[in-house]
Design a protein around this ligand. Structure first.
Ligand SMILES: Cc1cc2nc3c(=O)[nH]c(=O)nc-3n(C[C@H](O)[C@H](O)[C@H](O)COP(=O)(O)OP(=O)(O)OC[C@H]3O[C@@H](n4cnc5c(N)ncnc54)[C@H](O)[C@@H]3O)c2cc1C
Length: 398
């Protein structure tokens, strides 16, 4: 593995940094830097700027309208965006359904859906999980029955991220309940404005509205919205999950998180000295930094294999486990650094339009909400226990 970037890659890094500095709206940068919640429009403005440049779908090959970045360029692009406090790109269109459509969809579907994903004019959400069907996804029960040139969809989805902002949802639905669970599933694209769809919020542990339940009551979906063949949606589902796990380690965001933690530890005092000079706390930060560096090198190893034409395997599960644990650890140490000033719950400060004054330093009120919110990372994208199961089978042969 060659870790040194070439002169062309250095030039590319300069181009990315200049672009982000010129095009990331200042108010959005500010919100990301200060850990505030973003609204739909914040994401859209940044994504549309990237879309105009052709970089929003930065993982797509050229033949589908992507920039055809090499793995090294992907790495550079992701790191610089994080360093410059750009919001994470919402993956549902760009990294999930878009690649499914260009891999399994018809020409008409590619023409209809891909441009709006590349330009970020349509917001997608993911309808996989159901009550009782999360880890055991193939047991899902939301039913789609044929009625002429439509499917009639009935059932519910849960833990649906940002569906309250979405224009479209991609859903796994059961089209055959007699065959084996995986064989009776289909992949459907559904317009969220279709009559019979209800979205109900699930409030997260930090008090924020990020996920939803989605109910389908006799929802009529044209058969032309089926991607791939009927009853063969599990192939699309698995392809999408592998893509989902690849980017989930969030290394650039964790590097940014460690720097923010160190900044806090330089300001916070312990017996009249900066907390960062407390040996026990400094050791905890050092341990965290070593873990982040090890994770980054593992990710680079996967990217290096991909650059030579390899496909990511069970390493992706390892990246997901360690990446999610690191994200949680950063919030734990931040909470420890901030101490009692993290206790007041000031939800208004996380959102727009409040004149509440923070109690304690500016960064303190974010520590607890972030800590609670980040409990999600070891669950979503396939829980860490499930990833360990994959490693035990594929790597250890158990
Ligand atoms: C914040 C958040 C956002 C999400 N966004 C979306 C979304 O947009 N769209 C979507 O479709 N889904 C989404 N999910 C759902 C997510 O994919 C599921 O929560 C996840 O797959 C786990 O399923 P479950 O919640 O049903 O838990 P369960 O499957 O019921 O698992 C419960 C516990 O049992 C453990 N467990 C289960 N089976 C095994 C096993 N075989 N071996 C060992 N341990 C096991 C699990 O690890 C877990 O700890 C989101 C979840 C969260 C928390």
């Amino acid at each position: 593995m060659d870790l040194a970037f070439t002169p062309e890659e250095q030039k590319f890094a300069d181009e990315v940094r200049a672009f982000v500095r010129a095009n990331l709206p200042a108010d959005v940068r500010d919100k990301v830097k200060n850990g505030k919640h973003l609204i739909r429009d914040d994401y859209m403005r940044w994504q549309q700027a990237l879309g105009k440049k052709g970089w929003l779908v930065y993982t797509w090959p050229k033949k589908h309208g992507g920039p055809g970045f090499t793995p090294a360029q992907r790495y550079i692009f992701e790191n610089i965006c994080a360093e410059e406090y750009a919001p994470g790109i919402i993956p549902f269109g760009t990294k999930m359904v878009g690649p499914v459509i260009y891999t399994f969809g018809t020409e008409a579907q590619k023409e209809k859906y891909l441009p709006a994903i590349r330009e970020s004019t349509v917001w997608w959400c993911q309808g996989y999980s159901e009550p009782g069907s999360g880890s055991d996804l193939a047991s899902l029960r939301t039913k789609a029955e044929k009625d002429g040139d439509h499917y009639i969809v009935n059932g519910s989805k849960t833990w649906n991220t940002m569906g309250h902002w979405a224009d479209w949802i991609f859903c796994l639905v059961r089209t055959d309940s007699k065959s084996k669970p995986q064989e009776g599933i289909s992949f459907l694209l559904i317009d969220m404005k279709t009559p019979g769809i209800t979205v109900k919020p699930i409030i997260m542990a930090d008090g924020g509205h990020e996920v939803n339940e989605v109910f389908f009551d006799n929802v009529r979906v044209p058969v032309e919205n089926l991607v791939g063949k009927e009853n063969e949606g599990w192939t699309c589902a698995k392809f999408l999950l592998a893509n989902e796990r690849l980017g989930i380690a969030a290394v650039p965001q964790s590097k940014r998180g460690v720097e923010a933690l160190k900044d806090i530890a330089r300001v916070e005092q312990d017996n009249g000295r900066p907390l960062i000079e407390n040996q026990s706390f400094a050791e905890k930060i050092a341990d965290l930094e070593i873990q982040v560096t090890a994770l980054e090198f593992t990710e680079l190893r996967v990217l290096s294999q991909m650059a030579q034409g390899g496909q990511p395997g069970a390493e992706v599960s390892g990246l997901k486990i360690r990446g999610s644990e690191i994200q949680q650890r950063i919030t734990e140490l931040t909470l420890e650094a901030v101490g009692e000033y993290s206790a007041p719950y000031l939800p208004g400060l996380l959102w727009q339009g409040t004149n509440e004054e923070p109690v304690g330093p500016d960064y303190a009120h974010l520590a607890a909400p972030r800590y609670f919110n980040t409990r999600k990372t070891t669950i979503y994208g396939g829980s860490n226990e499930i990833q360990k199961g994959i490693i035990s089978k594929m790597v250890l042969g158990l």
